[in-house]
Design a protein around this ligand. Structure first.
Ligand code: PLP
Length: 332
């Protein structure tokens, strides 16, 4: 079965394909988190990637893998925002049409960024699954190429390039903390990291409100979960009942999955800003949040991946000022 998984070679090829199209982001030590954890803690600053998240890596690799005929037809995807933005950016570089379909839960700041990149945006329904129906229609009726946010070999291989950079920056890493939604990022990183050193633990982290991969892993198969508003909006959405790749990879490669409350995620965003001087969206702050909550047990160096920074700045201000805390579990 693992023959069908993305390999280290696939990920190395992806790295060559996207070289010069994506930023090789820094990995820096965090003195405050190292003190707290009692082991060296490093932060992989992937929120500084062009478009503000790692999603550009998978999107660039997938677009670079298309034939000339496919490129002429244009691409489409359902997206909670960051994949849409990465895809829109990568498509624009190639002069290609991109149509991004989203649910009403996607924040306004993410919509306008995608429109500004010249992509068409369609808002459909209340869930990723509703948005996906419009994508399926565009593929069937208009001949567009679907490049989904996670469950696609070229997307997983592209996200996996983060894992190569992490192991180069911290060769003695013992534990890698990865924000987890549909699992493209975690699957790609785990494939790269474990091929280089099978002893490294890779931990997926999601919000407790609507953690589809965790529910699916517990059930032993992809299951539907209700999508709820959360500070970690970029971790929302299902894994797809017909999941081909990322469910099995996460099942076989992840050592643990941790779920966090909204207050814990807010504390992660606050710590990122006040101690690390970084603006991080909820989904990107879950690694820091898990460390702060005392949920990570390790006796060696930890790398926490900061996966994105595309948070609504009004929301960010209210979290930093402490106004948000008053609303407790009512996210956003
Ligand atoms: C998409 C996203 C994730 C999760 O990636 P998956 O491949 O869906 O698991 C994590 N953080 C941010 C900022 C994202 O945009």
């Amino acid at each position: 079965m693992s023959m069908d998984f993305i390999s280290l070679e696939d990920i190395r090829r992806a790295r060559k394909r996207i070289e010069g199209k994506v930023v090789e982001t820094p990995t820096v030590p965090s003195p405050s988190l190292s003190r707290l954890a009692g082991v060296p803690v490093y932060l992989k600053l992937e929120h500084r990637q062009t478009t503000g998240s790692f999603k550009l890596r998978g999107a660039s690799n997938a677009i670079a893998s298309l034939s000339a005929d496919e490129k002429s037809r244009g691409v489409t995807a359902a997206s909670t925002g960051n994949h849409g933005r990465g895809l829109a950016h990568a498509a624009k570089l190639e002069g290609m049409r991109a149509v991004i379909c989203m649910s009403k839960l996607v924040p306004e700041n993410k919509l306008s960024e995608i429109r500004n990149l010249g992509a068409e945006v369609r808002i459909i329904g209340n869930s990723q699954d509703d948005a996906q129906e419009e994508v399926d229609r565009l593929v069937a009726e208009d001949g567009l190429i679907m490049l989904p946010p996670f469950d696609h070999p070229a997307i997983v291989a592209g996200q996996g390039t983060v894992g190569l950079e992490i192991m180069e920056a911290v060769p003695d890493a013992a534990t890698v903390l990865v924000p987890l939604s549909g699992g493209g990022l975690a699957a790609g990183i785990a494939a790269a990291v474990k091929a280089l050193n099978p002893d490294v633990r890779v931990i997926g982290i999601s919000m407790a409100r609507g953690a589809a991969m965790k529910a699916s892993l517990d059930a032993g198969r992809p299951v539907l979960v209700e999508e709820l508003p959360t500070l970690a909006d970029s971790l929302g959405g299902g894994v797809g009942l017909d999941n081909q790749l990322t469910f099995a990879m996460c099942r076989d490669l992840l050592d643990e999955v941790i779920l966090l409350s909204e207050d814990e995620i807010a504390a992660g965003i606050r710590h990122a800003y006040e101690q690390e001087r970084e603006i991080i969206e909820g989904g990107g702050a879950v690694g820091i949040a898990a460390l702060l909550a005392g949920r990570i047990r390790t006796d060696g160096p930890v790398v926490a991946l900061l996966s994105g920074r595309n948070i609504d700045m009004g929301l960010h201000r209210s979290i930093i000022c402490g106004d948000w805390a008053a609303s407790g579990e009512q996210a956003a």
